[in-house]
Design a protein around this ligand. Structure first.
Ligand code: NAD
Ligand code: MG
Length: 387
């Protein structure tokens, strides 16, 4: 094995990000090695991945599902670990160089935190960690010397474009958004949106939670907060623009008026590959723009009445403290209620807003306080659903 092999723990390996990450690892010609795989359900898929990638650790984070799993399905030499604590155990292993945070939602917090606490590099897809605890995570990185490399396509684009100038020269970060499937639907029809319609994203193929977030534009709200903490930029300097083609992944405007964009077809393998191979660029598996074809790129200001979620993201990024954790938890629970058929599509954002407004804001919370508030906000969503 070559000396410069990066040993990657793929957290959430059966998810959309996880599967793409494994494709990037498979195409890396041995430079990347999957040393840990984790999944919450669909353990047969996890076992098939383990057969192919031969990791040292295989984690089934849902202990109940794990109890029914036949570990003989795993190849010899794999250590099988169960339960949520095993995610943290794996993220802290000295033999892990990079943790690919591909778990969805608040469940990704502890393992991401643990890796950074060890001073490791985290390739971060799990934006919810930064929305919930971005300020504390930034402080942890300063203290322990770890590093976050964004995998979210917009933040990967910003990270790359930011290298064109100094932080003090940044005028604005401009996040692009596809607008999701409902950007042109008559407003009165939004009320009747079905789960299947909301799950049909026009440009990206992603897991269910982020796909619903994209339809409500809560995804962009969460990304505003994510950008605020990842790049240490004031909320007032973060803007959103609708770009339906999803080719320009985001832009940085500098004080002289120059705008630097990162472009590529919508394919998550590129930002994953960029983060895992960083600081190198490699000739990988991601799709490329075909410059022999006409390429139209449109940019429109977002319709803020249609997408009230954007204002919630701006507010959470501006006030900081506990706001991100409450917004994140309320949204996560509301999305689950919508997927379960207990909430209308158009109630996701109002429920999140009312819970955000109702909470007692604290400007310097501890991680424990944030975890408690996360539980509280979820209970509030249950009350909203039952009301
Ligand atoms: P997904 O639903 O496809 O996959 C989620 C993964 O996490 C699965 O492996 C699942 O087993 C695991 N998981 C689910 N619940 C868990 C729990 N409670 N504990 C431990 N593991 C759990 O999700 P995804 O679309 O791959 O998204 C993953 C993360 O990446 C999200 O934070 C999302 O916002 C972010 N992201 C995704 C994309 C994308 O293209 N899918 C793009 C940008 C950012
Ligand atoms: Mg994104």
């Amino acid at each position: 094995m070559a000396d410069n092999v990066k040993r990657v723990a793929v957290m959430g390996s059966t998810g959309s990000i996880g599967v793409n990450a494994l494709e990037v690892i498979a195409a890396s010609e041995g430079r990347l090695q999957a040393v840990a795989l984790t999944a919450h359900s669909r353990l047969d898929e996890l076992a098939a991945q383990a057969k192919r990638f031969r990791p040292r650790w295989v984690v089934a984070s849902n202990a109940k599902v794990a109890a029914k799993f036949d570990r003989k399905l795993l190849p010899r030499g794999c250590e099988f670990l169960k339960g949520p604590d095993a995610l943290v155990e794996v993220a802290r292993q000295a033999d892990v160089d990079v943790v690919l945070a591909g778990i969805v939602g608040r469940a990704g917090l502890e393992s991401t935190w643990a890796a950074l606490d060890e001073g490791k590099t985290v390739a971060l897809a799990n934006k919810e960690t930064m929305v919930m605890a971005g300020e504390l995570v930034s402080e942890l990185i300063k203290k322990k010397g770890g590093r976050l490399l964004p995998v979210d396509s917009e933040h990967s684009a910003l990270f790359q474009a930011l290298s064109a100038g100094k932080t003090s020269e940044v005028a604005r970060l401009i996040l692009t958004a596809s607008g999701g499937p409902f950007k042109d639907l008559p407003l009165h029809e939004l009320q009747q949106i079905t789960v299947a319609e909301a799950l049909a994203h026009p440009t990206w193929d992603m897991g269910p939670k982020i796909t619903i977030d994209s339809a409500t534009m809560m995804n962009k709200a969460l990304e505003i907060v994510e950008a605020r903490w990842l790049f240490g930029v004031d909320a007032a300097k973060i803007a959103v623009v609708i770009h339906p083609q999803s080719v320009v992944h985001s832009l940085v405007e500098f004080i002289d008026g120059s705008v630097i964009a990162q472009m590529s077809p919508p394919d998550m393998r590129l930002p994953i590959q960029y983060a895992l191979h960083y600081p190198d660029r490699v000739n990988g598996v991601a799709k490329r723009i075909d410059w022999r074809q006409t390429l139209h790129l449109n940019f429109d200001p977002p319709d803020r009445d249609r997408f009230p979620a954007i204002a919630l993201g701006e507010e959470a990024a501006k006030v900081g403290g506990t706001a991100g954790a409450v917004l994140n938890a309320a949204n996560e629970a509301a999305v689950q209620s919508f997927l379960d058929g207990d909430l209308h599509f158009t109630e996701i954002v109002p429920a999140s807003r009312s819970i955000l407004k109702a909470h007692n804001h604290e400007s310097r919370p501890t991680l424990e306080q944030l975890v408690k508030l996360d539980k509280w906000a979820r209970q509030e969503v249950s009350r909203w659903v039952c009301a």
